[in-house]
Design a protein around this ligand. Structure first.
Ligand code: AMP
Length: 214
């Protein structure tokens, strides 16, 4: 089964992905995580992606599709994947639909998380992350005591792409490049519009009930 988690940056896709992937029994594939891992490890791919990630823009389509293709050719995704952050352009959406169709597969469902821009700006620009173990915090909702990670003691930082001006630019990019993905997907799959505001557990229930999961 192939399911897409769709929505603006900061809409909570990553938060919902873990439980959802486990419930569906498919791996969670997040292109943003793949790019960040390469950046951290200093690979050639990471260097190619760096300026796009830090500027709030999109990595070029051909490069992104190449990365996704190699991930979808790994054995653990033979039964499908929960794609998070991909496709992000109409070109990527067409590519994915064709790539799956050529293998007798399809996008079975899309979860479209709907969240107002101002809620996203407050959520994302207040986010802090531990550079050592990856734990995440929020200055208002879940602060790191004394600015240090309560799991491993490292000083928490604001991710480069969580800075407010970058968030605003990412939302503009989303409206311009990513919203046009929906009309490409709509005739070929089922799109579930889910309100992405409220408690994490409420949003989880909405998603699960839309997909008929318990
Ligand atoms: P994310 O964690 O999904 O918000 O992604 C972080 C950054 O990675 C984005 O701002 C883009 O620069 C890049 N990125 C992630 N997924 C894609 C994609 N499907 N197409 C192009 N760029 C992407």
């Amino acid at each position: 089964m192939n399911v897409l988690l769709f929505g603006p940056p900061g809409s909570g896709k990553g938060t919902q992905a873990k439980d959802l992937a486990a419930a569906l029994g498919i791996p969670h594939v997040a292109t943003g995580d793949i790019f960040r891992r390469h950046l951290k490890e200093g690979t050639e791919l990471g260097l190619r992606a760096k300026s796009f990630l830090h500027g709030g823009g999109l990595v070029p389509d051909s490069f992104t599709c190449e990365i996704v293709e190699s991930r979808l050719l790994e054995p653990d995704t033979a039964g499908g994947a929960l794609l998070d952050g991909f496709p992000r352009t109409a070109v990527q959406a067409e590519w994915l639909l064709d790539w799956l169709a050529a293998r007798g597969k399809r996008v079975d469902a899309v979860i479209n998380l709907v969240v107002p821009d101002q809620v996203i700006i407050d959520r994302v620009s207040g986010r802090r992350a531990c550079p050592s173990c990856g734990a995440t915090y929020h200055v208002s909702f879940a602060p790191a005591p004394g600015g240090v990670c309560s799991r491993c003691g490292a000083a928490v930082v604001q991710r480069e792409d969580d800075k407010e001006f970058v968030v605003v630019r990412r939302l503009e990019t989303y409206a311009r490049e990513t919203v046009p993905v929906l009309p490409v997907l709509r005739p070929r799959t089922k799109i579930h519009d889910i309100a992405g505001t409220g408690e994490v557990s409420e949003i989880r229930s909405r998603i699960f009930s839309a997909l008929g999961l318990s």
